[in-house]
Design a protein around this ligand. Sequence first.
Ligand code: ADP
Length: 976
Amino acid sequence: MLFLFNRNNTINVITCHIVKLMNDQQTKCKELQQEIERLKTRIAKLKESTNQNLRIKEMFTAKDDTLEKIFRIAPTGIGMVKNRMFVEANPLICEITGYSRKELIGKSSRILYPNDSEYEYVGQEKYSQIDKYGTGTVETVWAKKDGSLVDILLSSTAIDINNPSKGTIFTALDISAQKKWENEKQNSADRLKIIFEHAPDPIYIIDLKGKIIDGNIAAEQLLGFKREELIGQSFLNLNLLPPKDLAKATKLLAKNVMGQQTGPDQLTLLTKNGQKISIEITTYPVKLNNQKAVLGIARDITQRIQEEKLRHEREQRMTFHVEQTPLAVIEWDLEYQVKEWNPAAEKIFGYSRAEALGQPASFIIHSDDLQYVNQIFMDTAMHNNKRKNINKNRHKNGELILCEWHNTPLVNEEGKIIALASFGLDITQRIRSEEIQKVVYNISNAANTSISLNKLLNHIREELSTIIDTTNFFIALYDKKNDTFSLPFFIDEKDQFNTFPAGKTLTGYVIKNQTPLLADKQMMRKLELRGETESVGSLSKIWLGIPLKIGEEAIGALVLQSYTDEHAYDQEDMQMLQFVSNQVSQAIHRKNTEEQMANALKRATEADQMKSTFLANMSHEIRTPMTGLLGFASLLKNEKLNKAERFNYLDIIERSGKRMLGVINDLIDISKVESGVSEISICSFNLNDSFKYVYSFFKPEAEAKGLELTYSCAFLHEKAFIETDKEKLYAIIINLVKNAIKYTNSGSISFKYTILNNNINLTVRDTGIGIPKNKLDTIFNRFVQAGTNLSNNYEGVGLGLAITKAYVDLLDGKISVESEYGKGSSFSVEIPYTKGQKADTTKEKEEIENDTNHQYKPKILVAEDDVVNRKLFSYLLKDVADELIIASNGAEAVAKFSEMQDIELIFMDLKMPKMDGYEATRLIREKNKEVIIIALSAFALETERRKAAQSGFNHYVSKPVGKADLIKAIKKYFNI
Ligand code: ADP
């Protein structure tokens, strides 16, 4: 551009110079002509002077004085030489040559010539002309006294034409000025010609009719015509211009004719070979040889036009790109203020172009990065560096935007930086997605490592905190069965929960609808008004909950809330969390499953271990009494035994039997509990009586071990009636006291009850061996013993406390233990207290006592398949039966009853071959509804007892049975 401009200037200067030169030339031509005129006059005068000389010569001789005067004042140099020696010289000669008259007279005229050849040339020329014409005129050069040269027009004539030896008279005219001007004129014309010819632009001269007078080389080259083909032709006839341009050129010529300069104007030219060229033409009216003419200077701008077109197209494309690009294109001046601002910048930063122009860079740069960006700008501007950087920016609405910038200096033609351009790409979303991907990856990674669920949740929170505010954050796991949430992870500025019912909470709403919820205060109120939710806990300004789903099932929710900023979360956060939640669900699920599996494995291992322990223990607990039983039973066969020994053995056999029965009872009780058939049977009874009974029952055992046994009751006897399951409560107290005695080797055992907050609190305290801390949680489990070592010397299979706890649970109570290893234990049971009615037990007692006087003996049938039991029953009942009939199965019993209709009482075993007790009873009852039938069962289950009652039995006795049990049962119906 600058080049073109300069080139233009240059051409213009050349053009002006040419015009000036031509004008100067014209002026000088005029002056020259005037000078020529003057010279002509002078030459004429000279001739006149020569003639005068001749006349002087003539007069010379006559009028010496007059001549002398003329000689002195003549305006030309006048002198006389004889034999080429100065004879005379007038003052002007002296003036021209710088020699004095004295210095010249008598000297050879050679002194006035710069060299011999010039001297010779002048002599020959002069004398040959004098010979021919009588006078001779020669242009020569004289060397002045000071050595400088002077152009001289020398005219000589012989004093005596017939006798040249008389000498010649000459006039000398200093023509140096004229010569110099002529030289200059020639030089100038030459220069002009060179310039004209070699000017890079085509130059032409036409007359006012359009006829081409001259043209330069460039013009020839432009048009492809030789100069000879152009000169003398009118451009109007040369088909140099298409019609439109021809008309235009004609108009320009018309202006020239009016004496006007034109241009620059654009024209299209057709070259000789028909090629179209664009030119820019400037014309000047000029005078040439006193004729009006037109000087035209053209320039081939075909390339320029092409370039301009390309540049224009490029500019348009650039503009289009800048307008359409998604990159923010911003131009900053050197004060870092906005100079340009494209539509993408408007979109990214929210400021219109008008708002942005003139703003300092700080208006879109986040304060955190201001210094950093300034440094980058300076670096770019001062060191001409292209710099790429990422920094935080701010949208007009205050939102944070991350941009990747490419900064580049804008340099002018001289290489000077005039502005900065910044191209910015909004990478907020990209970075955010990368961050989210990273979070997802890290969470999934964490789930794969062996950290615990709790650590994983903490990790999830830490990860999420990199992309969202997690000040108030919890993960709620949903328990569908109980419709509650457990909170394995809960961080909150205001509330503290471990669990909460799902109910109508917002979290519950998220779970039920299985969709995320972003609720501000208004939304929360709306949901409440619609009855869909109820507020629980402190009210937040915004609440965001995302369901954690595995497949179609929501296993929980991830919740964020803010108590201070209602804009803390938006839809975008919700979407992002939804995306992340999948990973969170998977991670939690995986970790949960892992932990469950680990727990299951642990339980299985423990169970396996327990099973082994249990089997070993059970074996021990059964074999030990069995050894006693069998061993002493065989010893009894020895007839030599005395009575005391026999009693002793029998006592051991009885105790061994009881011990085994205890084991079996425990097993049955726990089976009952576990199979869910253990039921509650509520009745009123006196708790003080139960305490007293337990005390009496264990007193001998305690004393035998040297232990002090005490008890205390909260109520006086008459107020101690309570309503609960007597047998279960009794079993609870028995178990605890039995354990206390078992696990205490010295000291005391005390048990008591108190009433507090409508609860009965039972406590059994001992100074025994205590329980290690790590066993406290497990001793209530089945088959668990604090000292699992078989060598610990304590009887038991580890079921007592499990049964006790099951009973406490059945009574809606709680059991706990405090213990110090080696010092003692304290078991506490808390069950609801319901005041009971005083039962008339005294009457029953009296009746039984009185009835012992009656001596009625009923006819009894015993149906029992087991030989031993049949034998036992025969012995036990022989004294109380009038007649005892034995049947070994149900069918036999039915048959015998049919034979002997007077049978009054039947003891019917339930489980028998051929026909069981139920079927036999049913058949008997078909014939007789009166006969008393008492079931004998080893099942010892409540359901069995109930079933028996419904199947026509009058009563139920559990095996093993002793004489007292049988008598007690019979006495219910007969006064035996
Ligand atoms: P066991 O048949 O072994 O007594 P329990 O279920 O009654 O079974 O008790 C479980 C375990 O609890 C016992 O093996 C014993 O280690 C511990 N234990 C129970 N009661 C006491 C107590 N009063 N003092 C110390 N240890 C006790």
